[in-house]
Design a protein around this ligand. Structure first.
Ligand SMILES: Cc1cc2nc3c(=O)[nH]c(=O)nc-3n(C[C@H](O)[C@H](O)[C@H](O)COP(=O)(O)OP(=O)(O)OC[C@H]3O[C@@H](n4cnc5c(N)ncnc54)[C@H](O)[C@@H]3O)c2cc1C
Length: 330
């Protein structure tokens, strides 16, 4: 048993100040990632600052923006009527994640900050992990890899970002509001995570002690169709092998506009800019969808165990684009 100090502040500034002042401190929200890491000895902070009593729960719509408090649970967000109407792919991604019990504990802020499921990262008896222990090597590259990333990675680290809901959030252009010792700032999610090939041990741009206070999600305009497709080894309670979040608007038989991101493939939730550019203004056509998928996956870094993800991601995106363009023209 390893001792640690437990704090439960009631003011946001107090929580930020406590973690900022102690380099060995960490926030605790729903605990569904944090406690696992501590029990496994992967990450053992000396002080846990429980933020669950902070007034950061709940949602409000402000014009075309949904503001979600960071402590809102995955279940609460999925149950919000405006999410079902205007952000359907966010709701589908939430409900495709984990289990009902976990979703009732897990917060939206914690979900975005969940650590990789790489089995070598999560096993401290494995010495080689550049993410956990800089410059120690990467056991996944030298051994069996499967639930790993193929985009935004290289031989130093193939850790996957496993969040489902982060994928549509990246597609729709969501941002987080963050409070730190130097004040508040907003960070678009497309700039929030750091790719493993840009530095395996740095996962995001948060400074120590910075707290996510809310997630700001632009609502899709009326007339848009969206959906999330998750491909996994079993039908529930499993992380994605690949996934595709697609939102689009059809104009007189052509794709007027679209937002696309892929999950299960990147060291960060992967915005598919090339696919969006290729598809805008075109008539829906499966061969074009496949070409768009290939364009996104072109720079993939694969290992024998992860090479299947390239074709699978292309097929996942193609299938979801067929489904979304058909639904939008019905
Ligand atoms: C068995 C299992 C299956 C799962 N399956 C899926 C799945 O299919 N899809 C999916 O997307 N996820 C899945 N998850 C992950 C789950 O969604 C996350 O564990 C959860 O969302 C984390 O939220 P939390 O509130 O419990 O965070 P915590 O565990 O409390 O915290 C996670 C991390 O975030 C930090 N943190 C938390 N809140 C904040 C904040 N507001 N500001 C700054 N730092 C913060 C903590 O310090 C910690 O480092 C699964 C988890 C488990 C255990």
């Amino acid at each position: 048993m390893r001792a640690f100090v437990y704090d439960r502040p009631t003011r946001v500034e107090q929580a930020v100040a406590t973690v900022t002042a102690d380099p060995q401190a960490a926030f605790l929200a729903g605990g569904t990632t944090q406690l696992d890491l501590m029990k496994d000895g992967v990450w053992t902070p000396d002080r846990l600052v429980d933020i669950s009593r902070l007034p950061l729960r709940g949602m409000m719509t402000e014009g075309q923006l949904l503001r979600v408090g960071a402590l809102t649970t995955m279940e609460q967000l999925a149950a919000e009527p405006v999410v079902a109407r205007r952000l359907r792919f966010v709701r589908e991604a939430l409900l495709a994640g984990a289990s009902t019990q976990l979703r009732n504990m897990a917060t939206i802020g914690g979900n975005l900050l969940q650590r990789t499921r790489c089995r070598y990262f999560r096993d401290p008896t494995v010495a080689a992990c550049n993410r956990r222990c800089p410059d120690s090597g990467c056991a996944a590259v030298a051994n069996t890899a499967r639930m790993h990333a193929v985009l935004g990675v290289d031989e130093r680290c193939v850790a996957l970002h496993a969040s489902d809901v982060a994928v549509p959030l990246v597609a729709v252009g969501a941002a987080v509001t963050v409070l730190g010792a130097k004040g508040e700032r907003q960070i678009p999610l497309t700039e929030f995570w750091v790719r493993a090939d840009e530095g395996p041990s740095i996962e995001n741009v948060l400074g120590h002690g910075e707290l996510i206070t809310e997630v700001r999600i632009p609502l899709l305009p009326e007339g848009w169709t969206s959906g999330y497709l998750k491909v996994r080894d079993r039908a529930s309670y499993e992380f994605a092998l690949t996934s595709a979040a697609v939102a689009l608007r059809m104009d007189s038989g052509v794709i007027g506009d679209c937002r696309i991101a892929l999950g299960g493939v990147g060291s960060v939730p992967w915005r598919a800019w090339q696919a969006e550019d290729l598809l805008r203004g075109t008539q829906p056509e499966p061969t074009l969808f496949e070409r768009a998928g290939r364009a996104v996956m072109a720079g993939a870094y694969t290992l024998p165990g992860t090479a299947f993800k390239v074709d699978l991601a292309v097929r996942t995106l193609t299938r979801q684009l067929i489904a979304m363009t058909s639904a939008a023209t019905r």
